[in-house]
Design a binder for this molecule. Structure first.
Ligand code: VG1
Ligand code: CO
Length: 543
């Protein structure tokens, strides 16, 4: 067995987006697309020689083949050891944990997360650093630069190894440790939460439904919820991971997890419902007859985290992405802790977590997490909810109503307009950006615009600056419109329109979110000219 040096030429467009490089699966499968990008990763981090990495993916189509290629490239690049999940499977938070637990030099995660999978759908690759978190912008930019000058990649000519068997094998001199994907992660969860209390709640008749959406969390949820916590068998549905996620979007939101929503709003609804995405880092939480928006979930968890053992000493601070509602800011103010506002994408939370400035973070896109790993973590969020419910012994609807009565309610919704022609989306954003200086002071839909800008972020830890992270239009009274283009899609452009309106209460806290937001929605369409530029009047997905 030898390490081969194969000549190659740069491939255009290998630029990581919000979370790694995502393309259509056939693009990734066409040699040397994957090879070039993986070599660029190794080159950008100063080589792989002597290093240890974690490797795993969400099990989507091409996951196993890609894993064999990456292992052979790691070996040829001189890596000492790779820890890989059995079957080349690891949820994103479990991969983050393994990187930290084993103090490795980083990890490669094969996932396109919430994007559909299959021979004609999406595939993705991203690199996480030694802290367990997504590579920051400077590193992803270095990877992209490396793809533009690449002239060779290194790969071992060894035969494929058996990733189905737990234990150590050697690949061209490199140690490969195939590990149980669930065990260490489940142990971490047991160390954070009051499992006996949650177990007692299930034993007392508490009913739950967890929709794994045929994605990676099935085995994790079955082991933790059904085996360790005693939830009734069948609590986890769609628990067998499939390479095409059963043909569905593995995206836990009211549109793509509609069956769960229907059950939670039915006469025989369980007490609690949850779902997770392709790679297990997102969560949707639903009570009986009530949907919990991710922004509200973050605020609620921040207000109640102290009820779980890991957070008993209180939170150091909280962080949310800019488009996420300000609900958590109100909780932080009442707790007397700092609240940070970052650009979209988990990579921006890493420095704040590493520096000990924040304990909890969240995004409106169904992402919540804490300093236990450096990724958002779907099952973690579900377990924190369960821990709080076990202490409070009250329905989700009552707990949310009490939360809003105390802090007021940030009505919130995101409207996605998908597969828009890229030039039209760009033209719309350019026109909107050009109009910003004239907006303050203007009245629209009975509201007055207070401020309008294109969000720029200076990282308080390392001083790095990220510009053009989304247009925000802020009204008096706390209402807000945010517009940005997605950085995770693989087809055309997706416009994300984020809408927020604050109701201080005590009146008007139980309106339908879309109805409460109507003036803000109208203002957004008028100010951005969405129909004129894109031809779209109604969104494809509403969360
Ligand atoms: C989306 C979400 C963002 C999230 C990212 C990765 O990005 O808006 O909040 O961090 O997906 O999530 P974008 O650029 O499409 O808006 V995951 O679960 O796909 O890794
Ligand atoms: Co994900």
């Amino acid at each position: 067995m030898t390490a081969l040096t194969i000549a190659t030429t740069p491939i255009a467009g290998q630029k990581p987006g919000t979370s790694g490089l995502r393309k259509k699966t056939p693009v990734f499968m066409a040699t040397p697309y994957l090879h070039n990008f993986v070599q660029a990763i190794f080159d950008a981090i100063g080589g792989a020689a002597g290093k240890t990495f974690v490797l795993g993916g969400d099990g989507r189509y091409f996951n196993d083949t890609a894993a064999q290629i990456i292992l052979k490239m790691a070996a040829a690049n001189g890596a000492a050891r790779v820890i890989v999940g059995q079957g080349a499977v690891l949820s994103t938070p479990a991969a983050s944990h393994l990187i930290r637990l084993n103090k490795t030099d980083g990890g490669i995660i094969m996932s396109a997360s919430h994007n559909p999978g299959g021979p004609t759908e999406d595939f993705g690759v991203k690199f996480n650093m030694a802290n367990g978190g997504p590579a920051p912008e400077a590193v992803t930019e270095a990877m992209y630069q490396a793809t533009t000058t690449l002239s060779r990649y290194l790969i071992s000519d060894a035969t494929d190894i058996d990733l189905g068997k737990i234990g150590r094998v050697t690949l061209d001199g490199m140690a490969v440790d195939v590990v149980d994907p669930v065990a260490d992660y489940a142990t971490l969860m047991e160390s954070l939460f009051d499992f006996p209390a949650i177990k007692a709640m299930f034993a007392g008749g508490f009913r739950m439904r967890f929709d794994a959406m045929h994605a990676v969390t099935g085995p994790y949820a079955r082991d933790i919820l059904e085996n360790r916590l005693g939830a009734a068998p069948g609590t986890v549905i769609n628990g067998t991971p499939l390479p095409d996620f059963g043909g569905h979007h593995p995206d836990p939101n009211p549109t793509w997890a509609k069956a769960l929503m229907d059950e939670m709003f039915s006469a025989d609804a369980p007490d609690f419902g949850a779902a997770s995405d392709g790679d297990g880092d997102r969560n949707m939480v639903v009570g009986r007859g009530i949907y919990v928006s991710p922004s509200d979930s973050l605020a609620f968890l921040a207000a109640n985290a102290q009820l779980a053992p890991a957070y008993r000493a209180g939170l150091k601070g909280v962080a949310r992405s800019m488009p996420t509602s300000a609900a958590v800011d109100r909780v932080a103010a009442s707790l007397g802790i700092a609240a940070y506002e970052t650009p979209t994408g988990w990579k921006f939370f890493g420095n704040l977590l590493d520096a000990g400035r924040v304990t909890l973070c969240g995004e409106e896109s169904f992402g919540t997490g804490s300093d236990h790993v450096r990724e958002k973590d779907g099952l973690w969020a579900v377990l924190l909810w369960l821990n709080i419910l076990a202490v409070k012994q009250a329905p989700v609807a009552d707990l949310l109503a009490a939360h809003w009565a105390r802090f007021g309610r940030n009505y919130y919704s995101r409207h996605d307009f998908e597969a828009i022609a890229t030039d039209r989306a760009d033209a719309m954003m350019a026109a909107l950006r050009a109009s910003l200086p004239n907006l303050p002071g203007q009245g629209i839909e009975g509201m007055v615009i207070q401020a309008a800008d294109d969000f720029a972020y200076t990282d308080p830890v390392d001083g790095s600056v990220s510009r053009a992270q989304g247009v925000r239009i802020i009204f008096d009274g706390g209402s807000r419109i945010v517009l940005r283009l997605s950085g995770t899609g693989t087809e055309g452009a997706t416009l994300r329109l984020y809408l927020e309106r604050y109701a201080p209460g005590p009146q008007g806290l139980d309106l339908d979110a879309q109805a409460a937001l109507a003036p803000v929605i109208n203002a957004a369409h008028e100010l951005a000219g969405i129909a004129a530029f894109t031809g779209r009047v109604a969104p494809d997905v509403v969360t």
